[in-house]
Design a protein around this ligand. Structure first.
Ligand code: MIC
Ligand code: SF4
Length: 640
């Protein structure tokens, strides 16, 4: 029987388990990437493992998130990361060189290889035929040390594309259509493999927009075949030697199938405050817009910015709109500089930002109070922009540019003929801002913002845990551990960060958790969706959270909880959620055995005659990690 593309890459990287078995599988990781907001922890963890040099084929450390330097903290972290990269055998992409996913696609991604990144949008690499996944920093540190990366054997979904996009409809609309159909939890435990005649009509940067935002489906990853488009892209990046053709066998089978006729799609918008809150642009026409932001790892490629420049050329944006543009990489920025498109953008009234994440992660450019902000980004969670009452709408570059001109949400199809964008035969290649590692001994630079790593304690047999907070469905890691210009600089200082846990939802959370000593979080479905930030597990661990009981979990966050010794348990009977109040205290018994058993776990609610039933699906490996009090303890013990 033939194999699909995902199975081929999984099989060629399989170290443990069996593809198709439904259990856990361990994979060899060829490449890793880290960024500065998660990287400091990842390298502290790598250092703590005592391995002198990375064992991957290639590891790259990017600076792209924490670039607004309003105090010494971010610059301290950058110096730390630069010295770690040099010392541990990692390439270092300097601040200003671009957003990790964009640069990695341009300069390093290779079809058929595995990539693990400490960022949830690492699946961008699927656009070039990589099996690229996001994970917590600790998992990436283990992979840098040559360790396996474990996932649950995924369900593989064929996304069959037919036809061709109409003018003014773009790759962003394909992924928004997926989100409209499947929701932010529709992809949990799944890999989306794109196939069909429509695939050949999409260039690599367009494919990367789709695989990037597949993260918002909760998917393990998304992947496109490696074909003539891939070869052309790699050739244009001066790396044709990295090309190999790769696709599913004609008789390959899949667990599920979705069909999208590209010709039937229209321009779409994700309304506040979830990426799956998708409607046709025509439903929102005339909505007044205060800000338009173009960039992020989803839509900041040369193609995207050339489309925006062509739409704005010779025109001036509406005086009520602030238009900010962050090109995805220095390659993109220098190319639009040289061909004059940058002047078109500036003449139209755009404000040009550094080639970084910027407003996507709330690093500056927070919109005005109550504003409508149209963004070509991938996340519109409440408060993430830095303005709690702003409404963020996720759109294509075409809708963004059209709306910047009119000052209201505008259907780009009203602009007349579509400016066909020709992709360059050769991109401008200049890797001088990517520093190779050093051969000699390098001293690690540790400024006062780099604090020691907190480590979890071993699991106790009996736990009496008061409920510290009770939450709804779809809680994001931005809710748990907010980002933004004020908090991100504290990423390597856990005691300082702990003041901000859940602070957008409940200002007293941190103080209450501290006063309780140890406690349990209760939550609904898809707890921990969104970013890969392990701080959403590490900092609650520091605050004494021992268990999270939820209706269901998002993949990366669940793995992060286990890595930091917090038990992710689910309700056997969903209605038990209603029996627990914020005043309840839960009594967990025989825990050191229960984590190895598949039997449901009865947990008493103190002071009542009620017992709830909880469950888990921990593998033997995960149970041992939990018993040791987290992956770092476990790895250290294993290496003794
Ligand atoms: C994000 O988009 O939320 C981030 C910032 O890139 C995160 C990583 C982080 O929190 O550092 C992600 O998506 O993983
Ligand atoms: Fe950066 Fe935003 Fe992409 Fe996260 S989603 S990597 S913050 S651009």
């Amino acid at each position: 029987m033939g194999l699909n593309l995902t199975q081929k890459i999984l099989n060629s990287h399989l170290k443990s388990g069996k593809v198709g078995s439904g259990g856990e599988i361990g994979l060899k990781i060829d490449q890793t990437l880290t960024q500065d907001a998660t990287g400091t922890m990842a390298y502290l963890q790598f250092e703590a493992m005592g391995i002198p040099k990375v064992k991957t084929d290639l590891s790259v450390s990017y600076i792209d998130h924490n670039t607004l330097q309003t105090g010494f903290e971010n610059a301290d972290d950058h110096a730390f990361l630069q010295s770690c990269a040099s010392r541990f055998g990692v390439y270092f992409s300097r601040p200003g060189n671009g957003i990790c996913h964009q640069v990695h696609l341009e300069r390093f991604g290779k079809p058929g290889q595995t990539l693990l990144g400490s960022d949830s949008h690492t699946p961008t690499g699927g656009g070039i035929g990589m099996l690229a996944m996001g994970a917590g920093g600790l998992d990436v540190a283990v992979a840098m040390g040559g360790g396996e990366f474990y996932i649950n054997d995924p369900k593989i979904v064929k996304v069959w594309l037919t036809g061709k996009l109409s003018p003014w409809v773009s790759a962003k609309d394909i992924i928004l259509e997926m989100l409209r159909r499947l929701s932010v939890k529709g992809g949990v435990g799944k890999i989306f493999e794109y196939a069909g005649p429509g695939v050949a009509t999409l260039s690599v940067p367009e494919r990367a927009t789709i695989t990037n935002m597949g993260a918002e489906l909760g998917a393990t990853t998304s992947i496109f075949p490696s074909d003539e488009q891939t070869r052309l892209f790699l050739k244009a990046q001066n790396r044709e030697q990295d090309y190999i053709p790769l696709q599913a066998d004609p008789d390959a089978t899949y667990d599920e199938e979705i069909i999208i006729d590209l010709a039937s799609l229209e321009p779409l918008v994700a309304k506040p405050h979830m990426p799956d809150n998708v409607v046709a642009v025509t439903e929102l026409l005339g909505t007044k817009v205060q800000q338009v932001a173009i960039g992020s790892c989803t839509n900041s490629s040369y193609r995207d910015l050339m489309a925006v420049a062509a739409i704005l050329k010779g025109k001036v944006i509406n005086p009520e709109v602030s238009l900010v543009i962050a090109p995805g990489s220095r390659q993109v920025l220098t190319m639009i500089t040289n061909n004059g498109a940058l002047t078109d953008l500036l003449d139209a009234g755009a404000r040009i930002l550094e080639s970084t994440c910027g407003p996507c992660i709330g690093m500056g450019q927070s919109p005005s109070s109550g504003a409508v902000s149209l963004r070509t980004f991938n996340r519109n969670f409440k408060g993430r922009s830095g303005t709690i009452d702003a409404g963020i709408y996720l759109v294509s570059p075409e809708i963004a540019a059209a709306s910047a001109l009119t000052g209201t949400i505008t259907d780009p199809r009203t602009l007349g003929a579509y400016p066909e964008i020709e992709l360059p035969e050769y991109y401008r290649v200049d890797d001088s801002m990517i520093l190779p590692p050093s051969d000699s001994e390098v001293e690690i630079v540790r400024g006062p913002n780099i604090k020691p790593l907190p480590v979890a304690s071993k699991l106790s047999d009996t736990l009496k845990l008061p409920v510290v907070i009770k939450l709804d469905n779809n809680i994001t890691t931005d809710d748990i551990m907010p980002a933004g210009a004020k908090i991100l600089p504290l990423r390597s200082n856990i005691p300082a960060m702990s003041e901000y846990v859940f602070n957008k939802i409940d200002e007293d959370f941190s103080a209450r958790a501290k006063s309780l000593g140890q406690s349990v979080i209760i939550a609904g479905h898809n707890y921990g969706q969104g970013s890969s930030r392990e701080h959403a597990a590490l900092v609650p661990m520091y605050l004494g959270i021992k268990v999270v009981v939820a209706k269901s979990f998002a993949r990366i966050h669940k793995a992060n909880l286990i890595n930091f010794g917090i038990l992710p348990l689910t309700f056997k009977r969903e209605e038990d959620y209603d029996l627990i109040t914020t005043d309840s205290k839960l009594i967990f018994e025989d825990m050191t055995q229960a984590i190895f058993s598949s039997e449901p776990l009865p947990v008493k609610i103190e002071g009542t005659n009620k017992t709830i039933l909880l469950q888990h699906d921990f593998t033997d490996r995960q149970a041992k990690i939990l018993l040791a009090g987290g992956l770092l303890n476990f790895t250290r013990e294993a290496n003794k």
